[in-house]
Design a binder for this molecule. Structure first.
Ligand SMILES: Nc1ncnc2c1ncn2[C@@H]1O[C@H](COP(=O)(O)OP(=O)(O)OP(=O)(O)O)[C@@H](O)[C@H]1O
Ligand SMILES: [Mg+2]
Length: 310
């Protein structure tokens, strides 16, 4: 099994209301370390550009697992994406981006066209042009999983990110099999809240008519919603979050993407995949920073919670 994890590795500075400042690496790292940890038998191919200022630190995290391959990772002569996130008392976040690596070119993607799956995580929203993604979709035969994430964010001249509905959002969504977004992103695209099964059914009608067969809307501590196209028509589901003591919720969406992909590729069952993804993402919230994500797989199997159990 060959799984591509495409996106951006951020340098993050996180400020919480208690005045604490945490420096870490994040973004795509969460997805790819989770993929490698949850599915040690698969080869994971990160597909990303990494700024030379963070190269050494990132490479040591990136290649700490034997199944993570180097071919798709490039060191580029510019300043890496540095994201400053400030959380307010209500858990809302303000994001400012400095620096930035260039988008991935076709020549970088071409060697991985034979991958069984592509997990595309729009951490910056600038990873790929729509044309490159179209070409990738046309030339690859694997299953596509996509987190819409920062495609929903504009970029102000001072680096501030702000929510906006991209006019061409349907064109992006049309190019994947499984589309994931959080509640805020779903509301932005739908123009109405997507917080229960009835609402995800309505939004699902629209999204699944564009091409995907599965829509996941993540609801933070409320778990996730599912709309899937089946032979009997559109089917919805609601799945609970794991009851965990939260230390740091950073990267939960990124781990959800990995967990869903792993269990869906193993079982072909979107409901099992939703349960497994909530479990993996919930456990991620008990870790501080990204380093412990490599233990996710062991933690899940040692608790007898393996997604492989039927
Ligand atoms: N407080 C929490 N308790 C338990 N699980 C959580 C919590 N927060 C998030 N999760 C898990 O992580 C998943 C994704 O969370 P969320 O909806 O916040 O994604 P997101 O906004 O995309 O996150 P990110 O900040 O990574 O972009 C949820 O569906 C849930 O399984
Ligand atoms: Mg997200």
């Amino acid at each position: 099994m060959k799984v591509v994890a495409l996106g951006t590795i951020n340098r993050d500075t996180i400020r919480t209301p208690d005045g604490k400042v945490t420096e870490s690496y994040g973004g795509l790292l969460y997805t790819l370390l989770a993929l490698a940890s949850l599915w040690p038998e698969a080869s994971v191919y990160p597909m990303c550009n990494v700024g030379e200022d963070v190269w050494e630190a990132v490479a040591s995290l990136l290649f700490s697992l034997p199944s993570v391959r180097r071919e798709g990772v490039r060191k580029v002569p510019c300043k890496n994406n540095h994201v400053s996130i400030t959380y307010d008392e209500e858990g809302r976040k303000e994001e400012v981006l400095e620096g930035g690596v260039p988008p991935l070119g076709w020549e970088q993607l071409e060697p991985s066209l034979d991958a069984d799956a592509f997990c595309i995580n729009f951490i910056s929203g600038f990873e790929l042009s729509l044309d490159t993604l179209r070409r990738l979709r046309r030339c690859a035969s694997g299953t596509f999983f996509m987190d819409f994430h920062s495609l929903s964010l504009g970029l102000a001249p001072d680096g501030r990110r702000f929510p906006r509905r991209p006019e061409d959002w349907r064109d992006w969504v049309a190019l994947t099999d499984v589309i994931q977004m959080n509640e805020l992103e779903a509301e932005l695209l739908f123009g109405k809240p997507v917080a229960d099964e009835e609402e995800v059914a309505r939004f699902g009608e629209e999204v699944l008519s564009l091409g995907p067969r599965i829509l996941c809307v993540t609801l933070g501590e409320e778990g996730s919603l599912l709309a899937e196209r089946t032979s009997e028509g559109l089917r919805t589901g609601r799945f609970e979050a794991a009851p965990v003591e939260v230390a740091d919720a950073t990267g939960c969406g990124d781990v959800f993407l990995a967990g869903f992909a792993v269990e869906y590729l193993r079982s072909g069952d979107a409901r099992r995949a939703s349960k497994f993804a909530n479990l993996a993402a919930g456990l991620n919230a008990t870790f501080r920073g990204v380093e412990e994500v490599v233990n996710l797989g062991k933690l899940i199997s040692s608790n007898g919670l393996s997604g492989a159990k039927r």
